[in-house]
Design a protein. Structure first.
Length: 255
């Protein structure tokens, strides 16, 4: 199967790298040139067990989709290419050979559990903080779209369900809010929401997940259950917040 996959342009590391680098050079995208060169070196030899693909393929796919959508901002593409590098390699933020704006986007794309936080709290804070940077929001949307589109048959049923619920209750509401924060991105955000919702609903139907229709950050109960932080008995009540402040740790969001 890996041989068949590698024969397709979308999954061929060398072709993706060569094509994108050529586009960056023509467009004068200096940050993206530094990012793609650095990322390929850092991800060299790393293979995803679930798919057998090189790690670098995922961010290169995302960058290709972004450019096909007309998103050619140099800082955005650099964030996309580097978005996994801190979590997946022995690289620190200060090691990145890019400007501070790109580093900020990469930092927001990196999940880090703070002292005293539960996994569910970390996840909600992570998504809330994405709103601080438009490049991080778009990067996360593309990241989730590609992951949702390729996870069937590669991820466990439990992991797929977690991603479907997370997308419905965290990512899609964030994308809806982002259009007010970044009105110039309204068409892009709308398209990304449609793309993501379509795939997410397909997975939800296939795996028997009940969606809540992008209700705002559906409380913590779902995530506490999914991450094994609680062991419910009987009927699990549903709780849905109306405002950020209604969540116990809401006053720390985005800080």
């Amino acid at each position: 199967m890996s041989r068949l996959v590698s024969n397709h342009l979308e999954y061929d590391e060398n072709k993706l790298y060569t094509r994108l680098l050529a586009q960056f050079e023509v467009l004068g995208m200096t940050e993206s040139i530094k990012a793609i060169t650095f990322a390929r070196k850092k991800h060299a030899g790393a293979i995803r067990e679930s798919s057998g693909q090189a790690y670098i393929v995922h961010p290169l796919q995302m960058a290709s989709i972004a450019i096909a959508m007309g998103l050619k901002d140099d800082n955005l593409i650099a964030v996309i290419i580097l978005h996994d590098i801190i979590e997946d390699t022995e690289t620190s933020l200060s090691d990145l050979p890019v400007n501070d704006q790109v580093k900020h986007g990469v930092k927001l794309m990196t999940t880090k559990q703070l002292d005293g936080e539960s996994k569910s709290q970390t996840k909600v804070r992570y998504f809330m903080e994405l709103k601080d940077d438009k490049n991080a929001i778009i990067c996360k949307a593309l990241d989730r779209f590609v992951n949702l589109a390729t996870m069937a048959g590669e991820f466990s049923t439990e992991k797929i369900k977690k991603n479907v619920i997370e997308t419905d209750q965290l990512l899609l509401p964030i994308l809806r809010e982002a259009k007010d924060l970044y009105p110039e991105l309204t068409p892009t955000l709308y398209l990304l929401r449609v793309m993501i919702r379509s795939v997410n609903e397909t997975l939800a139907n296939a795996y028997g997940v009940e969606l809540k229709g992008e209700q705002l950050y559906g409380g913590n109960a779902t995530y506490d259950l999914l991450f094994g932080e609680v062991s419910p008995s009987g009927k699990l009540a549903e709780t849905w917040v109306k405002e950020y402040a209604d969540i116990p740790f809401g006053d720390t969001f985005g800080k």
